[in-house]
Design a protein around this ligand. Structure first.
Ligand SMILES: [Fe+2]
Length: 450
């Protein structure tokens, strides 16, 4: 069936049920893959990517609420061994309710649809409302993770693993107190610290940042909205009254030490990276929206741009700079530099080609923070981008000396390609032409050695 044939009778469906946002209806395991170019020998592991994929007959209230599906590619010895896709066998997929009859949350129930992150020999499928879900490198669901019975709260889809200590820093948020909780996980996967961070209300907090010595929370004015919740949509809306602030806490310190700094009203889903200078100045690079989900607004997403907050020691507010004018989302870096000064950021951008829309990104950009240069790679007139992740050529190779990988949907072919690019040049190393679609999704990870 062509994409057009799928889309035509579905025109009244929301955007996330149409085009390449539409879910796939089945699970596949493909082994004889069509490879153009040479898969680098040094890539030995599995690339995993998560995203919403409601099962046939189910239309969720929002793109963010669909049941999670993993897509995986096993690479090694210069070969692509398999592609497979699997639903994550959550209690939610089986019909379980996230909210109990007394309106309390059951954190063992969630759609696990947002990210997939390796840590301490485990791989976690993550959604910000629920416990992590352990999955195998073959995309099997293994069970919820509560860190030895300690964790009974939400856990972000964007934990940050410190490349120096191996600790995983994370948080969870909720619509009832405590609104924000900091989680610190040891390099061996043991739960080490829980801190309730005092904020002024229930906001949606999708991502956060680490530096070498601090964690940074983004308490931004997209606030829980009961009226929307009762209608079954994403229960958050932009507020003109809620203060936009960053909370900066020394890693391992008690919550009471959190220092709050004002920023201009905005919303941020994603942090590219943060770092701190010798004088204590903290720099945070993000993909920033002027506002998001104002009640009554018709757009799904407004334009987001690469943006920098700089917080000087003792300052009450951040200095703010737009780093580019292209619409951009899903920024990634060489994660060996999480929390450390980085030079290169890679992100899908919405160059205004004819098929670019508020949801469709059409090129991949590479930003050099040192020179200010921006390189842009397109994949063809009928292609739509997803996130690309960085994999170093070797453990000791320099920043940017590696590969970028991700799925690109080719509307003309009605199927997706997995691209491996040289990060420094954005030129193709290899393209794996899958015979089927991989729907637009959220986040993935290269899991070396799994
Ligand atoms: Fe995200």
């Amino acid at each position: 069936m062509t994409l057009e044939a799928e889309a035509a009778p579905a025109a009244k469906l929301p955007f996330f049920m149409r085009g390449n946002y539409a879910p796939v209806a089945d699970e596949a395991t493909l082994t004889a893959l069509d490879v153009v170019g040479l898969i680098p020998d040094g890539l030995d592991g599995v690339y995993l990517r998560n995203g919403p994929n409601p099962p046939p007959g189910k239309v969720p209230g929002h793109w963010f609420m669909g049941d999670g599906m993993l897509h995986g590619l096993r690479l090694g010895g210069g070969r692509a061994h398999w592609y497979r896709n699997r639903w994550i066998r959550t209690k939610a997929l089986a019909g379980g309710k996230i909210m109990r009859d007394d309106f309390s949350r059951d954190y063992t129930v969630g759609v696990s649809n947002t990210h997939v992150v390796p840590h301490s020999r485990n791989i976690y499928a993550l959604v910000e409302s629920s416990l992590p879900m352990r999955v195998s490198p073959e995309l099997e669901t293994l069970g919820t993770e509560n860190f030895g019975g300690v964790l009974n709260f939400a856990f972000t889809a964007h934990p940050k693993v410190c490349p120096v200590t191996g600790e995983m820093h994370a948080f969870g948020y909720g619509y009832a107190p405590p609104y924000l909780v900091y989680h610190r996980i040891g390099p061996d996967g043991a739960y080490l610290q829980r801190e309730e961070i005092a904020v002024t209300g229930p906001t949606m907090i999708h991502d956060f940042a680490i530096t070498r010595n601090h964690v940074i929370f983004m308490d931004l004015p997209v606030v829980f909205d009961l009226e929307i919740a009762l209608k079954g949509g994403m229960p958050y809306a932009f507020s003109d009254n809620y203060p936009a602030r960053l909370g900066i806490l020394r890693r391992g310190a008690p919550a009471a030490e959190t220092r709050w700094v004002s920023v201009k009203p905005c919303y941020v889903f994603h942090v590219a990276n943060a770092s701190e200078a010798a004088d204590g100045t903290i720099t945070v690079d993000v993909s920033r929206y002027d506002e998001l989900w104002r009640r009554g607004a018709r757009r799904n997403f407004d334009a987001s741009r690469l943006w920098r907050w700089r917080v000087r020691p003792g300052a009450a507010s951040a200095d703010e700079t737009a780093l580019d004018d292209l619409t951009l989302e899903f920024p990634r870096i060489d994660e060996r530099l999480n929390g450390l000064p980085h030079r290169f950021t890679y992100a899908p951008v919405g160059v205004a080609f004819d098929h670019a829309t508020e949801e469709n990104f059409t090129a991949l950009a590479r930003y050099d923070a040192q020179t200010g240069a921006r390189a842009v790679r397109r994949f063809g007139d009928s292609t739509v981008m997803s996130e690309f992740v960085f994999a170093p050529k070797s453990a000791g190779s320099a920043e940017d000396d590696g590969w970028l990988m991700g799925f690109v949907f080719d509307e003309a072919r009605g199927a997706s390609d997995f691209h491996i690019l040289d990060a420094a040049t954005l030129e193709s190393a290899a393209r794996i032409a899958l015979p089927r679609r991989v729907p637009q999704g959220f986040h993935g990870s290269w899991c070396p050695g799994f």
